[in-house]
Design a protein around this ligand. Structure first.
Ligand SMILES: [Fe+2]
Length: 392
């Protein structure tokens, strides 16, 4: 069986254990969104429920655009945008309701029963995940990729994720010193937002994408190399200096995580860990540095990029219906190409001359991903205002 984003989002009905993780269904992907939109009038749902759910009122201006521009050819795009915003707000409202009634397990808000079936399932899954202990189960959702999982506990990987070197990553911002700017719609004043995701969630996310990729390539990759990639995907940022990317320019040679990883993994608990699971620490280091003799570091780099692009795009789009991002280009491109971040499911590791080539078997998806990444580079990572400390 081949694991694809489409399968995880739309066809998987039960949890799927996969090495250290358990993949969870219950997301709403593009085909499900289309199905909902073909049956429901999302604009009137937003308008009706906004009387009860305060968060939905922020979507009313967007719903109003249907009236202003009834002839607009982009009505399909507006529909998807409105549904995406609706899911964020309805999710918040549902969780707030359930959390406020801790003793009443099965009590759900009255408006819940008027929702389409797919959205009900989505909300109940979200509530289930919110009930898990984040320090025991580590529920992880990698936005827009179709991958959502909880960590399997009790195995050898416990020693890895509970190690203080790994836990330290939770204190490091993924986009250190970087600011996202939104524009207030009323007075058009810019206001700053600090991205929330950490190197810990990024490492867990990279791992969450790597395990399905190695699963899809299990006929070509021997078990030990699959396990090694699984470990290196979790550990690839373990040498990240305090301050993250923001501090590296001070001394790029010394503060590079590829250099520091050797210092960290030389410590005794790590040596014991590698000995117990039978993985070569040197091969893990070489993969992290993209210098390994199998060429597997290349696949690791791609999975790394896909994960942070997914997280950063989500942060950038966060509340994209209520707020106006300073530059709408990444948002507009993503709305038109929502499969860009599912590119992980077309990675093939092809043996060639004793190495593995990383090949994408869907050039269109790869092109969409690269374009989204280029837009993120221009409008987020290297936008001069993203690095500004003014007004913060
Ligand atoms: Fe990374």
């Amino acid at each position: 069986m081949q694991l694809t984003a489409d399968y995880l989002q739309n066809k998987m009905t039960r949890c799927l254990p996969l090495r250290n993780i358990v993949l969870i269904p219950g997301l709403i992907g593009k085909p499900e969104s289309d199905k909902i939109l073909s049956r429901c009038n999302i604009r009137s749902i937003v308008e009706n429920l906004s009387r009860e759910i305060a968060g939905l009122r922020s979507l009313l201006p967007l719903a109003e655009r249907f009236r202003e521009f009834p002839w607009q050819s982009d009505k399909g795009g507006l529909n998807s945008l409105l549904l995406a915003g609706f899911l964020i707000e309805i999710n918040n409202a549902y969780l707030q309701f359930r959390w406020s009634k801790p003793g009443k397990d099965s009590l759900e808000p009255g408006w819940f029963f008027s929702l389409p079936r797919e959205i009900k399932g989505h909300l109940r899954t979200a509530f289930f995940l919110s009930q898990l202990n984040p320090y025991l189960n580590f529920p992880i959702t990698i936005p827009f990729t179709g991958v959502q999982y909880i960590f399997r506990r009790g195995g050898p990987m416990d020693k890895l994720i509970l190690n203080s070197d790994f836990e330290r990553l939770a204190e490091l911002g993924q986009l250190a010193n970087l600011i996202l700017w939104d524009h207030n719609k009323k007075n058009n004043q810019p206001f700053p937002r600090v991205p929330e995701h950490s190197r810990f969630t990024h490492s867990m996310g990279t791992h969450g994408l790597m395990d399905p990729v190695t699963f899809n390539n299990c006929r070509r990759l021997p078990p030990l190399l699959r396990l090694t990639l699984s470990v290196s995907s979790l550990l690839h940022d373990i040498g990240m200096p305090a301050g993250g990317d923001g501090i590296k320019p001070l001394n790029p040679k010394y503060l590079a995580e590829e250099k520091a990883v050797v210092e960290v993994l030389r410590r005794e608990p790590w040596q014991v860990f590698f000995w117990e699971i039978g993985v070569s620490p040197q091969l893990v280091i070489d993969i992290i540095r993209n210098e390994d003799r199998y060429g597997l570091g290349e696949s690791q780099s791609w999975v790394d990029r896909i994960d942070y692009t997914a997280d950063d795009t989500f942060e950038y789009l966060g509340g994209f219906c209520q707020k106006n991002p300073a530059s709408p280009e990444p948002r507009d491109f993503f709305i038109g190409h929502p499969d860009a971040l599912t590119v992980w499911d077309c990675i093939e590791l092809v043996p060639r001359d004793g190495k593995y080539l990383t090949v994408f078997n869907n050039p269109e998806k790869l092109g969409n991903f690269l374009e989204l990444r280029a837009l993120n580079l221009r409008h987020i990572y290297y936008a001069p205002e993203s690095r500004s400390q003014k007004n913060t």
